[in-house]
Design a protein around this ligand. Sequence first.
Ligand code: NAD
Length: 271
Amino acid sequence: MSGDLKIGILGGAGRMGQMNIRQISMTDGCVLAGATGRPGSDVVGQDAGTLAGVGSLGVAITDDTAAMIAGTDVVVDFTLPDVAVEAAQLAAQAGAAIIAGTTGLSPAQEAEYEKAARHVPVVRAANTSVGVTLLIALAEQAANLLGVEYDIEVLEMHHRHKIDAPSGTALALGEGLARGRGVNLEDVKQAVRDGHTGERKAGDIGFATLRGGDVAGEHEVIFAAEGERVLLGHKASSRQVFAAGAIRAALWTKGQSPGLYNMRHVLGFED
Ligand code: NAD
């Protein structure tokens, strides 16, 4: 319908791309305006709705990212870091808001979102689920309340196809935990342990990564002290929770000023 938010999906044939297309087809107030695919891939030219299993939507997957973004109000990106950065630049030029879901970006690549956010609303979310947004808030609070005698470890498991580690969600949890403790994550992050590591350093935030099967995403924060452990966790049993959050974030950008936001803003946890 006219007045509906026009959403463009990057990587429309990907696991999350297809989920996002399905979510749009079930959500009032928005419409799939375009979808991209990797240049040279078989999916270019195919109907995005048919590929996503919701029947023809009359939107062919294109490899012309600039033209696709120019025809949208908001672009939803769950692809690869290089694709994400190019899309952020194109969206900022075209005046389209961005839902930035891709993980594994370098600090220099992340900085591209800050640049884009001067021109358009950018929702940067390594995890778009309601549950993980809550978990990060709780973890921050717990880290603030519990002293350094509680060693913090973040454990995560994902499917065998995931290409970055620790997961973006684990790192976002780490950022929240470090905020709670009033330190910089980079100063206390311990992501690799192998061989003769020596004793654990007080104040470190450790990360452990498991990969296998089809796990959509599991995260646990462990606060371990002498005599007790406190566990906070989240298990996603379907990628649909991420798509629901991403499309909710897309609708939320309507009427927002340019700026860098996260899921806490979208869900009203933070002004
Ligand atoms: P995927 O490999 O299934 O999908 C990525 C898609 O992008 C593929 O179809 C690929 O062909 C396509 N692609 C590659 N180059 C392209 C280009 N130049 N133009 C257009 N499309 C291109 O991966 P996935 O499981 O959907 O995950 C994608 C990203 O989203 C990862 O970084 C993952 O960690 C992240 N993710 C984030 C959340 C969240 O809540 N924020 C949830 C799940 C996954």
